[in-house]
Design a protein around this ligand. Structure first.
Ligand SMILES: Nc1ncnc2c1ncn2[C@@H]1O[C@H](COP(=O)(O)OP(=O)(O)OP(=O)(O)O)[C@@H](O)[C@H]1O
Ligand SMILES: [Mg+2]
Length: 252
């Protein structure tokens, strides 16, 4: 059996006495969009930080192509790209320069410091901006873009890393519902239309967006996976199991 693109095995993480991840396991395949749902404090951000190699697990492992993320450096590590709720762009730089930041690490350090990117890198960055519908805004400063546009630039920056996996922690939490849906549609199309078969793991607080755009939904509660179903099978009963009775307001 071949290894899945990405696998989390029995991930555990505590902050002092507080258990944030309590043996969570999941798998993601090429070209798959996985949504992670769960109440506040369930451990989603903790999980994502560990998956991206930004924080160590206490026990268990996150494996990309069967290799432990915690041990990855350089080129291997860049196969996992991260998209943040607050976009994390450099405000004073243009959209293009922000996307080129995704190529840092692919170029020798001195070229990065001097911002001397190759023609190929610039072409790739422009293609990534085109992919997210912002080629016309390449020279605009990041802080002159709307929130939705900034998140698209952040996704273009992630694409410029030529990743196998994009991890996005609440990528639409700062956006209005319409713009947020557009960003989810973009992430889904990156999974489904790209020849390379990029996978996306994305956390959300909106079950309806997860059901509309994800292939599979994983539910995290008190640090453990309590739900792992096809998005089409994620019904009200499954959401009730995840959030409990308080979290899903009844229709008026
Ligand atoms: N740096 C930290 N120090 C101490 N405790 C932490 C830290 N980060 C998270 N926690 C705790 O770990 C648990 C999981 O938090 P986490 O931020 O991962 O939840 P979450 O599912 O992302 O929540 P939300 O939906 O509100 O973003 C919570 O009990 C939280 O208080
Ligand atoms: Mg969080």
């Amino acid at each position: 059996m071949t290894a899945p693109l990405f696998e989390v095995r029995a991930a555990r993480k505590s902050y002092g006495e507080r258990v944030a991840l309590d043996g969570a396991s999941l798998r993601v395949e090429r070209g798959e969009m996985l949504a992670v749902l769960g109440p506040s404090g369930a451990g989603k951000t903790t999980l994502f930080r560990c998956l991206a190699g930004l924080a160590p697990l206490d026990a268990g492992a996150a494996l990309l192509h069967g290799h432990d993320v915690a041990a990855m450096r350089g080129r291997q590590r860049r196969k996992i790209a991260v998209v943040f709720q607050q976009f994390n762009l450099v405000n004073r730089l243009s959209a293009l320069d922000n996307v080129l930041a995704g190529r840092l690490g692919h170029v020798p350090a001195w070229r990065g410091w001097l911002r001397r990117f190759s023609r190929d890198d610039i072409r790739l960055a422009l293609e990534c901006l085109e992919r997210v519908g912002l080629l016309d805004h390449a020279n605009q400063r990041a802080d002159a873009l709307s929130g939705g546009q900034q998140q698209r630039v952040a996704i273009a920056r992630a694409l410029a890393q030529q990743p196998d996996l994009i991890i996005a922690d609440e990528p639409v939490a700062s956006l209005d519902p319409h713009i947020g849906a557009g960003v989810m549609a973009l992430l889904a199309s990156i999974c489904h239309e790209g020849e390379g078969g990029i996978a996306v793991i994305c956390s959300l607080h909106q079950p309806e967006l997860a059901r509309r755009y994800a292939d599979r939904i994983v539910g995290l509660r008190q640090g453990g996976i309590v739900l792992d179903v096809a998005a089409s099978a994620c019904d009200e009963a499954a959401l009730h199991q995840l959030y409990g009775s308080a979290a899903i307001p009844a229709a008026a």
